[in-house]
Write a protein of this length. Structure first.
Length: 323
């Protein structure tokens, strides 16, 4: 029985070459070399395909002086089964017992994995070999994902951005002072269940208080309010308000309170700790935009009418960025 040896599996990381389907050199030989102490790296992966080493019936593939085609094949042509007998593969990598192929997506970490493979033919003859796979973490910040001056923090298979104060979002792509959370009737990212009110007038319910909607109307100033639940704590920058659809119902001045938990509310104040009174609508259908003196951390934003034409009415939008 001729001796039986194993294949060598090389797992590589991703290198995407735009517009390239394959690379083939039709020359007598191709030599890749590196400087002393250096390496030659060939990369492939799920974004661009695979790298194959192939030989014709008359050719060979040599690695460090060893003909790999000779050790892959069983001269008797027997069926070979491959089994892992020791160690561990990288997570997400598996062995095909019939072909000996090792495949999968390697984890995004620096690690060394050593394992033993046994190749067995149909006579029960076998050969064992130990292999090592080294994985290297990908620098997630290499593509410079953070915009608008944000700084990138690399993590395992992910990254985060530290954004300048005026920007937010995963990649600092959001201009927070102009980023509507979606109370507006044309957006409606905030569902009706996240809008509530105290002392509503007639049938003017809280969920009507959307910018460009029909409008919420309170029963009286000072004791009535409209509240928006943003869904999570956000950095709150600005609001827009307009009166209700009816020309009789609009708010000319209002204050705002805010909370992170829905129980403990604070009043929006100026630098001298005086309660800020914001201008509302002097014409019921004209929106009035207000930017806060400084951004605030809030999940709940409450609008409290101070003066109004008859009953206080309002339609609102909130501008904020996720934490």
């Amino acid at each position: 029985m001729a001796s039986l040896m194993l294949f060598v599996a090389v797992l590589c990381q991703v290198l995407r070459i735009a517009g390239t389907a394959f690379f083939e050199v039709q020359y007598p030989s191709v030599v890749l070399s590196a400087e002393i102490g250096g390496n030659v790296t060939i990369r492939a992966g799920p974004d661009s395909g695979s790298i194959f080493l192939k030989s014709s019936t008359r050719g060979s593939i040599y690695i460090d002086g060893t003909d790999m085609m000779a050790i892959i094949e069983d001269p008797e042509g027997n069926t070979i089964q491959y089994d892992k007998i020791s160690g561990a593969f990288p997570p997400g990598v598996v062995l095909n017992k019939d072909t000996g192929d090792i495949s999968g997506v390697i984890p995004d970490i620096d690690a060394v994995y050593e394992f033993g493979i046994r190749a067995t033919d149909n006579h029960g003859k076998h050969a064992d070999q130990t292999f090592t796979i080294l994985t290297r973490e990908k620098n997630q910040c290499r593509a410079i994902p953070c915009k608008n001056g944000g700084s990138c923090i690399d993590d395992i298979s992910d990254y985060s951005c530290n954004c300048p104060n005026a920007y937010g979002g995963k990649n600092c792509q959001l201009d927070c002072v102009n980023n509507a959370v979606g109370v507006d009737s044309g957006l409606m990212h905030i569902p009706d269940a996240q809008m509530s009110a105290h002392f509503s007038h007639a049938d003017y319910a809280a969920w009507n208080g959307r910018l460009h909607g029909s409008g919420w109307v309170g029963e009286q100033v000072l004791n009535s309010w409209l509240q928006i639940d943003l869904g999570s704590v956000m950095r709150w920058f600005a609001v827009t308000m307009q009166g209700a659809v009816s020309s009789s119902f609009y708010t000319t001045a209002y204050t705002m309170t805010y909370s992170e938990d829905g129980d403990n509310f604070q009043t929006v104040k100026d630098a001298a700790l005086n309660t800020l009174i914001f201008n509302g609508s002097t014409l019921y259908d004209v929106p009035t935009r207000t930017v806060l003196p400084v951004p605030l951390q809030a999940r709940y934003v409450r609008f409290i009418p101070q003066t109004s034409a008859t009953n206080p009415g309002m339609r609102v939008e909130v501008f904020a960025c996720p934490q």
